[in-house]
Design a protein around this ligand. Sequence first.
Ligand SMILES: NC(=O)c1ccc[n+]([C@@H]2O[C@H](COP(=O)([O-])OP(=O)(O)OC[C@H]3O[C@@H](n4cnc5c(N)ncnc54)[C@H](OP(=O)(O)O)[C@@H]3O)[C@@H](O)[C@H]2O)c1
Length: 394
Amino acid sequence: MKGVTILGSTGSIGVSTLDVLARHPDRFRVVALTANGHVERMAEQCRRWRPDYAVMADEEAAGRLAGLLRGEGVGTEVLAGRDALSSVVTLPATDYVMAAIVGAAGLMPTLAAAQAGKRVLLANKEALVMSGDLFMRAVRDRGAELLPIDSEHNAVFQCMPPRFAEGLTGHGVHQILLTASGGPFRDRDPATLDAVTPDEACNHPNWDMGRKISVDSATMMNKGLEVIEACWLFHTTPDRIQVVLHPQSIVHSMVSYCDGSVLAQLGNPDMRTPIAHGLAWPERMDSGVEPLALAGVNLTFGEASTQRFPCLGLAFGAARAGGTAGAILNAANEVAVAAFLGGRLPFPDIARVVADVLERCTVVPAADIGTIMAADGEARRLAGEYLQTMGRRN
Ligand SMILES: NC(=O)c1ccc[n+]([C@@H]2O[C@H](COP(=O)([O-])OP(=O)(O)OC[C@H]3O[C@@H](n4cnc5c(N)ncnc54)[C@H](OP(=O)(O)O)[C@@H]3O)[C@@H](O)[C@H]2O)c1
């Protein structure tokens, strides 16, 4: 029986993870669930799963949850605050950690899980984008297992040779081909993007996801973050990664080999597949996802343009720059996306904010967590400044 802690259990990945766990009560036990402020959903999950701990990062929300659960006689211990996120992942009872907090808030507990030598199921790509070198060193030095949950990276992982960590060239890998649906605005006239609303941007044609990653998919910053994530996960450089437009989201990604072979992983677009893969690896288990019916499936592929999707170009630039560039890109993007979702920034300006902040920040080696958090803070400050200046102009 493996003990599972879910960081971000009330979100889209968290809920899908619990759906997979519910199919295998003989294999997994829920040790801890965590969220930010979504008390009602967390209370529901505690009633159903009876975890040892529930953490709310928001202290006021923790108080309300504790009151609710006490009143109902649910014995789950409620912990409050950000530090408690890191303490539940390091519990001896926790074997596997699903890292599914959105954004930079996921970095510290996800890193703590790697440092504690756990199996880390990584959905929170932002953690790796910010701290790739540090994170991968922690995984290696502390004997943690890192299983990619992002559908693209999970697909690449499945198509990689077993000893890829020794170096891709030595094992015949030519390129990683990351597929991208192109999001809801793939074919939209760029001149009309000023008018798009948050709901339109979050209306992804193939995937049902949280709002931040949905906006990132619409700008293709999500694919850019994935390029950086892939560099770290698969020990490679951005020039060995190609982004391929594939509107159907059936081929989740591919690996091309020096003998001309291209291996692909296909499936219905449902995150329960990579989640079940990460939980069961190296075995396989039922995920609840219907097998792909290939008859009538029409697969098309095209080029992803960095002119149409400037965020993708900015992310490739940050991947090449290395050091704190990933943390800067990520922080500026988080501020810009929050402003867009809050109705304070037009959609095309997300890329402008990120470009402006990248230009004004100095990239230094990401030697330690202090340096990374300082870069994150500076980028957030500069992005905030950009928004204020813009507000004054309008
Ligand atoms: N959704 C997908 O299909 C998908 C696919 C691939 C990768 N990912 C990655 O997985 C991660 C989660 O995505 P999602 O779509 O599941 O996001 P989501 O639906 O927005 O859920 C985010 C989760 O994080 C929690 N959270 C937010 N801010 C927090 C904070 N400051 N401290 C602690 N917890 C916090 C939320 O709690 P509350 O509910 O209380 O706010 C919620 O449980 C992201 O990094 C995303 O890029 C997602």
